[in-house]
Design a protein around this ligand. Structure first.
Ligand code: ADP
Ligand code: ADP
Length: 208
């Protein structure tokens, strides 16, 4: 039976990097609201207000991301477990996810909070680059891309926008951690160290 797992952490914590590895190894799909929103933006499907909110480092409204995730959860590959990356980001979203899974007789089995010293997060995000063909995440210093990669620099990976995202995390998203603590499914993982080392810690927390 596929599990329902989620990753929560500040921007740059390593959620996307770890989600790709875990999803592949656990054979469950990675459901990333950030990736879905960026794909919609690239396809010209986001309103100017939503695009602006994202680029400036704000959150998009709960009802928008909840609709997107409901849609994605109904696709066949997500019916039997999923890895949620970057969702929920507010307690309202966490309650909505609980209700959606509850209708299927399911719940979040494990919520992994990836912890990284805030002082490292600006460098992690500002030097992040993504290969637009493969979606692979690189870092100019810690995980340099191959020479043939077609690199994209996210519009919100500027120092100004990242500072706003860190504020949004502290204000709205950090409350998701006590939410899952109360549900009895929270595991905290140190996100500083080699990518492989962090993966091992997550697997240990999952009991795999
Ligand atoms: P990060 O790498 O900073 O964690 P993501 O790729 O997950 O970023 O998200 C990028 C942006 O997309 C966020 O700053 C926010 O504007 C929007 N976004 C993504 N997921 C959500 C969500 N669950 N709720 C509200 N906004 C979201
Ligand atoms: P998030 O999805 O939480 O915003 P990412 O997985 O995109 O985070 O990682 C942010 C940046 O940090 C990327 O450039 C990535 O290559 C880099 N990174 C991820 N994990 C580590 C790690 N353990 N050590 C150093 N850099 C990392």
């Amino acid at each position: 039976m596929g599990q329902n797992i989620l990753l929560v952490g500040p921007p740059g914590a390593g959620k996307g990097t770890q989600a790709k590895i875990l999803a592949e190894q656990l054979k469950i799909p990675q459901l990333s609201t950030g990736d879905i929103l960026r794909a919609n933006k690239a396809a010209g499907k986001l309103t100017p207000e939503l695009t602006k909110a994202m680029d400036n480092g704000g959150l998009v409204p709960d009802e928008v991301v909840i609709d997107l995730i409901v849609d994605r959860m109904q696709q066949p590959d997500a019916l039997n477990g999923a890895l949620f990356d970057g969702f929920p980001r507010t307690v309202v979203q966490a309650e909505a996810l609980k209700a959606m899974l509850g209708k299927r007789g399911k719940r979040i089995d494990v919520a992994i909070a990836i912890e990284v010293d805030p002082a490292l997060l600006i460098e992690r995000t500002v030097l992040r680059r993504t290969d637009k063909r493969t979606g692979q995440i690189y870092h100019l210093k810690y995980n340099p891309p191959p020479p043939d990669a077609e690199l994209v620099h996210r519009a919100d990976d500027t120092e100004v926008a990242v500072k706003k995202r860190l504020d949004a995390y502290a204000r709205d998203t950090s409350a998701v951690i006590p939410f899952y603590e109360k549900e009895g499914v929270l595991k905290r993982v140190d996100g500083v160290g080699d990518v492989g080392e962090v993966t091992k810690r997550i697997f240990a927390a999952l009991g795999v």
